[in-house]
Design a protein. Structure first.
Length: 462
């Protein structure tokens, strides 16, 4: 009888969670200029939200990164230049902390603990491990949300000082060393990885594994709405479902391939420019990793060179924003839809003189660690940084946000990185139980304006 009562209470709690909709967490967009010869030639961006770690809670800003598998914050013992510019986690000040080894065993005071090295974009961290309480505070109600989408305050699963929190007991990496790039350039303190459990050292490090086991997130999904921040437009992550107000159409779904590798990668069936299919994926084998920590669109090398040449256009003297340029249309076909990108989606904003050509010669490659994106925060080991090179007759040009990807099997060699150019255009939903990714045209100001313009043109033609 008691067991039946407990089962009933658990089912009732899960049902209540499902009815109340997803947790909504606001994300702050940060844009960092890339300078060459004293001039701004490009920008790197990140999207971060607030988390807290420990008891009492220590606040941090963290990038919610689908290309990483761990929670990482700087440690109070870290004296690297990058650590000193950010908030640092103090394990000794937390009553809920326990220093552990990689296998989860607790470390005695007289013992040395394990250390791990993890690559992130153009740099890496060395960290020690701790079992700790990680919480996501409420961002409050989001204007225009449907009735099913509510904030943590509506749920009230855990409260601290009047604010509702979503809390998990996880294994956390506290960085004792952090490279200058990319961490010092950005204001965010750490990373909350949302990759599948195969990306983590063990399942105890995986936020998604905890979410599955806890039952607090009634629906095994999370979703990203990434806006460019113009006109006060805010970005958001939904946990435990998705916010239908951010989609202009029904979702289409693409199944994850090779989920055991830990990446949200989907099959890329074809790539087209102005409707003409390129040869790159004709024989099959192309895949695309949906990566919220990537500012660029990654293209398998050496195909990136041909694609960049095809999408680069001259800018006239009056054009100051390349997103308004007349450029070819890029299509990336995945299961269920074509991901259609135009200049406003994939162009770098600033036109550049032809003797300052932007490239990422290092790109993404397998040289000493895990997967990642050049110049971004996705967990990896790309060693290149955008560099100016080549001298040509001076002519202003608009260039796409592309980078080369050079990885061997099992991830490569035909691997695309579906970063911000795709994520700004499409509202993206990740289902970790069914292992699939959903896409719908995002309800951003720009997409709504584009849709209205298309409708007007159709009415005029009729």
């Amino acid at each position: 009888m008691f067991a039946q009562l407990v089962s009933f209470l658990i089912l009732a709690a899960v049902a209540a969670v499902e009815e109340s909709g997803p947790y909504l967490v606001s994300l702050l967009r940060e844009s960092v200029p890339v300078r060459r010869k004293g001039k701004v030639v490009s920008y790197k961006t990140s999207y971060s939200g607030t988390i807290s770690i420990g008891s009492p809670p220590q606040p941090f800003s963290a990038v919610f990164d689908t290309g990483s598998g761990h929670v990482v914050v700087p440690a109070s013992s870290c004296t690297s230049e990058s650590c000193l510019t950010h908030r640092r986690y103090n394990a000794s000040a937390s009553t809920s902390s326990a220093v552990i080894n990689a296998d989860g065993s607790e470390v005695n005071d007289d013992e040395e603990c394990d250390q791990v090295t993890i690559g992130f974009g153009t740099g890496e961290i060395t960290g020690e491990l701790v079992k700790e309480r990680v919480c996501l505070p409420s961002s409050g109600a989001v204007p225009g949300s449907p009735s099913g989408a509510r904030s943590l305050l509506d749920r009230g699963r855990h409260r601290s000082g009047g604010s509702a929190l979503l809390c998990a007991d996880l294994h956390v990496v506290q960085a004792v060393e952090m490279s200058v790039q990319p961490f010092q350039a950005f204001k965010f303190d750490g990373i909350l990885g949302l990759g599948l459990s195969g990306l983590a050292l063990s399942e105890e490090f995986s936020f998604l594994k905890w979410a599955s086991a806890s039952g607090l997130l009634g629906t095994p999904r999370f979703a990203f709405f990434l806006a460019e921040g113009e006109g006060g437009e805010a970005s958001e992550i939904a946990l435990g479902g998705y916010n239908a107000a951010h989609a202009l159409e029904p979702l289409t779904w693409a199944h994850v391939v090779r989920p055991e590798l830990g990446y949200w990668q989907v099959e890329v069936k074809a790539v087209r420019i102005n409707g003409v299919e390129l040869d790159i994926c004709r024989a099959g084998g192309c895949r695309g990793v949906v990566d919220t920590g990537a500012s660029h669109l990654g293209v398998p090398a050496p195909w990136n060179e041909a694609l960049e040449k095809a999408l680069t256009v001259d800018a006239d003297a009056e054009l100051m924003d390349c997103r308004l340029a007349q450029a070819p249309v890029l299509e990336i076909e995945v299961q269920g839809r074509n991901l259609t990108l135009r200049a406003e989606d994939f162009m770098r904003q600033m036109p550049l003189m032809s003797d300052v050509e932007i490239s990422t010669p290092g790109g993404i490659r397998a040289d000493g660690g895990s997967f990642g994106t050049a110049g971004d925060v996705g967990g990896g080991t790309a060693r290149g940084e955008e560099q100016a090179y080549a001298r040509r007759p001076r002519q202003r040009r608009c260039r796409p946000k592309l980078m080369p990807v050079s990885l061997p099997a099992p991830l490569g060699p035909l691997l695309f990185i579906l970063g911000e150019p795709v994520l700004h255009r499409y509202y993206t939903v990740f289902d970790w139980a069914a292992e699939k990714v959903g896409f719908a045209t995002a309800a951003t100001h720009r997409n709504i304006a584009r849709q209205q313009q298309q409708q007007q043109q159709q009415q005029q033609q009729q």
